[in-house]
Ligand binder design. Structure first.
Ligand code: NAD
Length: 392
């Protein structure tokens, strides 16, 4: 079939297998061009198929020759329907890893479940013995608690009072005002339940109890902190509360697995275009303005540059520099006062007419298309391609 993007609101409902492969290969090439990374050899990546998790897997494998075991939640293709992008990314990753003689296996299913944790543990015992790095990179709108069977939905809402702000509607391509109602306590609690640290702790507990955590294991979960422009809808909102809970979880993990010498960190990364961030109101506008400013300043970075930098300079370093909340910070350029001031100046005056001049929506949109394998110059999108792809 000939596959063209089918965009509905903030998501694209199909994906291009050849384009997804181009995206994975581009990231692999970047890592190889930067040189080797001192990263452990047996790496578990939870949320391995897109965004920051995929970049983590690529950096570990192609920067350090690591064996990678991945967990993700993706839809496989059929004769008539494409798979999700994460499925094709994983197929492309497996192909490239096998060609490079690198061990990789991926389990597809609900990472929040006990069953998935048990499957991963069996596979570690069978193939690797232990893991010495656990990367926790899930982004999900809901989670079923494995103990109670209750399903929780996360909410993207401000806390305390209604919040009116500018946003960019990516389907109508207009800048307009949006008013977001404040969260209830239930909204906050549910969001913490989904995106907070509980599941990360359950993973570490399960892995440790099964004896598959190597001594000196490093683990990280990813966060976004941001600044004033995004605080009302992110940092100080429901999702920010969930992210604060990661700090609590990191402290607990460090304390609980002292005998194993486990190091747990929350790593703060910069805002980038991923399937998760495009669903957050305000983010497409903020990211477009921020891209324009950071590209003009010559300091733009995407997922792979961020993760390569994190792995190479901070996560596996002896005594990495931590912030006041003991987090690793890869977002220090984005959050720098001069950069934020320039974004704020544009934010104050941006409207539908001047948006393409003040913001880099072209760059934002291209990154968005690339998430689904579209927009690559090397790919002929008029070609008939099979939607079928396997994880070799
Ligand atoms: P993403 O949507 O690209 O990736 C999410 C991953 O989680 C995918 O591999 C998906 O298959 C997997 N997943 C989702 N639900 C699952 C489930 N139930 N079981 C198994 N796998 C599941 O998201 P992303 O933007 O890369 O986010 C990853 C982490 O990075 C999140 O914690 C996010 O908050 C953080 N982060 C993102 C940004 C950003 O701008 N995108 C910035 C800083 C931090």
């Amino acid at each position: 079939m000939v596959i063209k993007p089918k965009i509905r609101g903030f998501i694209c409902t199909n994906a291009h297998p050849v384009g997804c492969e181009a995206s994975v290969l581009e990231q692999i090439e970047y890592v190889k061009s930067q040189g080797s990374v001192d990263c452990p050899k047996n790496v578990l990546v939870i949320g391995c198929s897109t965004g920051y998790g995929l970049a983590s897997r690529i950096t570990a494998a192609f920067g350090a020759g690591a064996n990678t075991l991945g967990v993700c939640f993706e839809k496989e293709p059929s004769e008539r329907k494409t798979a999700t992008a994460g499925w094709y990314n994983t197929a492309a990753f497996h192909k490239a890893a096998k060609q490079a003689n690198l061990y990789c296996k991926t389990l597809n299913g609900d990472a929040f479940s006990d069953a998935m944790k048990a499957q991963v543990i069996d596979l570690i015992k069978q193939d690797l013995g232990t893991v010495d790095a656990v990367i926790y990179s899930l982004a999900s709108p809901r989670r079923t608690d494995p103990k109670t069977g209750e399903t929780y939905n996360s909410q993207l809402k401000p806390i305390g009072k209604q919040y009116t702000t500018k946003t960019f509607d990516t389907s109508k391509e207009i800048v307009h005002e949006v008013t977001l109602d404040p969260a209830t306590q239930d909204d906050i609690d549910n969001t913490v339940k989904v995106m907070g640290g509980e599941d990360w702790e359950l993973w570490m507990q399960a892995l440790s109890e099964a004896g598959v955590l190597a001594k000196g294991c490093t683990t990280t979960a990813y966060t976004y902190i941001g600044k004033e422009l995004t605080w009302p809808i992110y940092g100080h909102a429901t999702i920010g509360k969930a992210k604060e809970d990661l700090d609590r979880a990191a402290a607990m993990i460090n304390q609980q697995y002292q005998e194993l010498d486990v190091s747990a960190y929350v790593s703060s990364l910069k805002a980038v275009v991923t399937q998760a961030s495009s669903a957050i109101p305000v983010m497409p506008l903020y990211i477009s303005l921020m891209f324009k400013v950071m590209k003009e300043e010559g300091c733009h970075e995407g997922v792979i540059e961020q993760i390569y930098g994190l792995f190479n300079n901070l996560l596996f370093a002896q005594d990495p520099q931590l912030d006041e909340a003991k987090r690793l910070r890869m977002d220090t350029v984005e959050t720098r006062d001069e950069i934020q001031e320039k974004i704020k100046q544009r934010w104050a005056v941006v409207n539908s007419e001047n948006f393409s001049e003040l913001g880099d929506y072209t760059g934002y949109h291209l990154d968005f298309l690339k998430l689904f394998g579209f927009g690559f110059e090397s790919v002929d999108y008029e070609q008939d391609v099979s939607p079928l792809a396997e994880w070799v």
